[in-house]
Ligand binder design. Structure first.
Ligand SMILES: Cc1cc2nc3c(=O)[nH]c(=O)nc-3n(C[C@H](O)[C@H](O)[C@H](O)COP(=O)(O)OP(=O)(O)OC[C@H]3O[C@@H](n4cnc5c(N)ncnc54)[C@H](O)[C@@H]3O)c2cc1C
Length: 451
């Protein structure tokens, strides 16, 4: 561990708390420890109840990955130290620091994290544990590809330094916190000339056109918003963006931050309102625009401008169903959209991206193909049975569902989707033979080895 990162020794205190995922819904009661350094994190382990222990970052995973009913949750958000090596472009950061905080320091120094998700409010530990992907997956792969080393607090209380190439590293990246607590990580950065992006936009009239715009050459950051509610489901708006070199936008006026659009639906979300919103959003997008200048944060984290937007789904909250299917299985995207419409399950937000090559981490989500993320109201009648059917379609195509977003996957589907599950379990078993690390997701899905 780098010397300037926390090595504080104060004893740890526990609080009882209620926790839930970003999708909302009923919370669960747990004990929560908030260590401010390595020794306090280690001390927390000595208070572990029978139910087990799991780490938590910013709680931005949608389902039950970062909670454990009746267990100990180690909230890492007070461990936020970092050291930047400006010459080499490497940052060593404690696991609780957020991507947004890091970017605020890195970008003015000419560096960027190569992989960032759709919100800046995720911790480094959460990004590694879910092996997150960003709009740059085709170029940069997953977050884990840029991790040079990880400090892992294991069940025995030992701190191990893991590097790429080791089995435990591959089980920890994407391992959903179930191999131990990530204390810190050393991350390789990418150089950037400025915090500004040049953004190309295309409005596409149907799904085929959306896919071909996404696949067109150019654009490090590629993503499509897709409208599934209108008369022509699958139409959308595709953006492809690249960093601008230093000085390229001198004199240009650039909006300083994203604001909540005045036409964003207020009150509880209802299908009619969102249909009208989508229509407006589609029509406002330029049919074809090249080289618009946007700030990195505005472009990459549009939802962050909408504080507490999950509340718009009401007390039951919402589910995000994100899956990937391989190149050549585009028909599955159409089938999923058709099934949702046939079942009258409204999808209020749909985001489509292309993925590049798979990573070496056992449980990493991305594979070369297309990923579709769908926000669905949890209270929609018949949703559970519908998603079980969609799982079968996705698994049959060689695809998978993203665990960071999951709140309902079953063991049979998990097994079919994650062919390296047994290898991951074997590594986990070695480092945690008594099964200290547990989460509601791990228990619910059977990830931990009940089948
Ligand atoms: C608006 C929004 C947009 C998103 N966009 C994307 C996207 O584009 N791509 C993508 O991949 N994901 C995306 N996500 C999901 C998000 O990136 C992941 O869920 C991420 O893991 C959240 O980080 P967190 O700090 O909130 O972790 P938490 O939600 O707190 O935890 C997530 C998992 O990581 C584990 N974990 C957290 N910290 C540690 C630690 N220190 N040591 C060991 N395990 C730990 C937890 O046990 C849990 O299993 C998005 C989420 C939101 C809300």
């Amino acid at each position: 561990m780098p010397a300037t990162l926390s090595a504080q020794t104060q004893p740890i205190s526990l609080e009882a708390g209620e926790l839930c995922g970003w999708g909302g819904g009923a919370g669960v009661r747990s004990f929560v420890a908030r260590p401010e350094g390595v020794e306090a994190a280690r001390a927390a382990l000595t208070t572990a109840p029978q139910s087990g222990v799991i780490a938590r970052g910013m709680g931005r995973s949608y389902g039950d990955a970062a909670q454990l009913v009746g267990g100990l949750v180690i909230d890492m958000t007070r461990m936020t130290g970092y050291e930047l090596d400006r010459r080499r472009g490497v940052v060593t950061a404690e696991a609780g620091i957020t991507i947004g905080r890091l970017l605020g320091e890195l970008v003015p120094a000419g560096w960027v994290l190569p992989v960032v998700p759709g919100t800046q409010h995720v911790s480094v530990g959460g990004a590694i544990a879910c092996d997150i992907h960003g709009k740059s997956h085709g170029v940069d792969g997953t977050f884990g590809r840029h991790v040079e080393a990880v400090g892992l607090l294991t069940a025995s209380g030992e701190v191990l330094e893991l590097e790429p190439g080791s089995e435990l590293f591959a089980a920890t990246v994407g391992g959903m916190g179930l191999t131990g607590v990530i204390l810190w990580a050393r991350l390789a950065l990418a150089p950037v000339g400025s915090a500004l992006l040049s953004v190309d936009t295309d409005r596409a009239d149907d799904l085929d056109e959306v896919l071909s715009c996404l696949a067109a050459p150019g654009g490090r950051y590629r993503v499509a918003w897709v409208d599934l509610l209108g008369r022509r489901p699958g139409r959308g708006v595709v953006t492809r963006a690249d960093h601008l070199p230093a000085g390229a936008a001198d004199g240009a006026t650039v909006p300083s931050r994203a604001t909540v659009p005045s036409w964003w639906p207020s009150g509880l979300l209802r299908q009619r309102t969102v249909e009208a919103f989508n229509e407006l959003r589609f029509r406002r997008a330029p049919r074809r625009r090249r080289g618009a200048i946007e700030r990195l944060g505005t472009h990459m984290f549009p939802l962050d401008a909408l504080a507490r937007w999950p509340r718009l789904y009401g007390p039951s909250g919402f589910l995000q169903y994100q899956f990937v299917v391989p190149v050549g299985s585009e028909r599955v995207l159409e089938l999923v959209i058709a099934e949702l419409r046939r079942a009258h399950v409204p999808c209020y937000l749909a985001v489509l991206k292309d993925f590049g090559p798979e990573s070496d981490a056992y449980l990493s989500f991305p594979l070369p193909g297309w990923t579709l993320a769908l926000d669905l109201p949890r209270a929609a009648p018949g949703l559970g049975a519908l998603l079980d059917r969609l799982d079968e379609l996705v698994a049959a195509a060689g695809g998978r569902v993203y665990l960071a977003k999951d709140a309902r996957l079953r063991l049979e589907a998990l097994r079919a989707m994650y062919p390296r599950l047994e290898e991951w379990r074997a590594v986990r078993e070695q480092v945690d033979p008594d099964g200290l690390w547990r989460s509601d997701l791990g228990l619910r899905t059977g990830l931990l080895g009940s089948g």
